[in-house]
Write a protein that binds this ligand. Structure first.
Ligand SMILES: [Zn+2]
Length: 341
C-alpha cells in the first residue's frame, strides 16, 4: 500500500453481464429477489478483486449494487414518488424523465451501510464510498413540495450526513460526494451549494471528497464539451470556494480534457484527486502518459496531497477496458513515486 500518491477510481465500474446489460447507463438488473441480492454481492467482490489486481491503493465498491449514482440513493427516501414522473432538463444539458418530490423528504433506514460492511470485510486497504451531492440530487428530480432548490438541497444535506455517519461507522475511510452540478450552476454553488455540501460532511472524522467532472463519456456530455471552447475554465469559479471550505479533497477531470492545469493552484492546501485516466475513450493510457499527467499537476500541488485517479466513473466502459485503465493508473503512479523517492 502506498502512502504517497494513493491511487483510486472515482466510483463506478462496469457490471458483469450476468448482472446487468453492459455498457449501458440505468441498465436494468437481470436477476430478481434473493438472486439479485446475491448477484450484487458477488459483483462487489469481483470489483474489489479487480482493483486489488490492478494495484490500486484505495478500494471502492465499483457501485455494483446501484443502478445509478443518484437515483438509487433517492429510491430509498420517503417523500419522492417514482410513479409520478416529469421531464426536466438535467444539468442544463439533456431532458430526462425523473421522479417527483411530493412531500417532506426523509431517510427511513440506512441505504448503503450493509454494502459498505461487505466491502470493509473484503480488504485491509482504505475504502472509499461515493454518495451523490445535494445539488446533483435536486437536479435529478422534479420538486412539487419545497418549490425551492436551496430548501430541498438543505434537506438532502441533512439526510446525506446521517448516511455518511453510518458509512463511517461501517468502516469507510473516505466519503466522497459527487457534485457534477457544481460545474454548471455557478451562482448557486456560491449562494448555497458549498454550504449544503459542508452540511452533508458535518462532523465526519473520515476524509471527505467532492468530485466535480464533465460527466460520463455519453453523447449528451461529449456534445456539451464540444461547446465549451478551447479552454474549460469552469473550475475557476468553484475551486476558490472549495479551497476555503471544510472539504478535505477535490476530485477533478484532467487527462484529455481542456481544463488548464494551473487551475489546480486555486486548491493549494487541499488534497487533489487528479483524473489521469480518460473515461470517455476506449484508448488505454500508457503508464508514461499517466506519469506525464501527474508530473504536470505536481507543479501546482504538493506531492503529499496528490491522489491519482480517473476523470469520472467507468460504468459505461467494457470491463477489460476498465481493468486495463486501472492497471495503467497504478503503473503511472509507480513511475512518479520512484522519481519522488
Ligand atoms: Zn464524474
Amino acid at each position: 500500500m502506498n502512502a504517497l500518491l494513493p491511487t483510486s477510481i472515482v466510483g463506478s465500474l462496469p457490471k458483469p453481464s450476468w448482472l446487468a446489460q453492459p455498457e449501458t447507463l440505468w441498465s436494468p438488473w437481470k436477476l430478481e429477489g434473493d438472486e439479485l441480492l446475491e448477484g450484487k454481492r458477488d459483483a462487489l467482490s469481483l470489483a474489489v478483486d479487480e482493483q486489488r489486481l490492478a494495484g490500486l491503493d484505495v478500494v471502492s465498491d465499483g457501485e455494483q449494487t446501484r443502478q445509478h449514482f443518484v437515483t438509487t440513493f433517492i429510491e430509498h427516501l420517503s417523500g419522492v414518488d417514482f410513479e409520478r414522473r416529469e421531464t426536466v432538463r438535467i444539468r442544463d444539458r439533456y431532458d430526462a424523465s425523473v421522479p417527483t418530490v411530493i412531500g417532506a423528504v426523509g431517510r427511513e433506514r440506512p441505504v448503503f451501510a450493509d454494502d459498505a460492511r461487505a466491502l470493509r470485510a473484503q480488504t485491509d486497504r482504505r475504502i472509499k464510498w461515493a454518495l451523490p451531492g445535494p445539488m446533483t440530487m435536486i437536479d435529478t428530480l422534479s420538486d412539487r413540495h419545497y418549490r425551492s432548490r436551496e430548501k430541498l438541497a438543505w434537506e438532502f444535506a441533512k439526510i446525506l450526513n446521517q448516511e455518511a455517519k453510518e458509512l463511517e461507522a461501517a468502516g469507510v475511510d473516505i466519503i466522497q460526494f459527487d457534485e457534477p452540478a457544481f460545474n454548471v450552476f455557478f451562482d448557486e454553488v456560491g449562494d448555497w451549494g458549498v454550504a449544503a455540501l459542508e452540511r452533508a460532511a458535518e462532523g465526519l472524522r473520515s476524509e471527505t471528497v467532492v468530485h466535480i467532472c464533465y460527466g460520463y463519456g455519453i453523447k449528451a456530455n461529449t456534445d456539451w464539451k464540444a461547446t465549451l471552447g478551447p479552454e474549460w475554465r469552469q473550475y475557476e469559479q468553484t475551486f476558490p470556494l472549495l479551497q476555503r471550505s471544510t472539504i478535505d479533497t477535490v476530485s477533478l477531470e484532467s487527462h484529455n480534457s481542456r481544463v488548464p492545469v494551473d487551475l489546480i493552484e486555486l486548491l493549494r492546501g487541499k488534497n487533489v484527486m487528479l483524473g489521469a485516466i480518460d473515461v470517455a475513450s476506449d484508448q488505454i493510457e500508457t503508464p508514461d502518459e499517466v506519469a506525464a499527467t501527474l508530473r504536470d499537476a505536481l507543479r501546482f500541488v504538493d506531492a503529499d496531497r496528490l491522489c491519482p485517479s480517473t476523470n469520472c466513473g467507468m460504468a459505461p466502459l467494457a470491463r477489460q477496458v476498465a481493468r486495463d485503465k486501472m492497471s495503467a493508473l497504478a503503473a503511472g503512479a509507480d513511475i512518479v513515486r520512484a522519481e519522488l523517492a
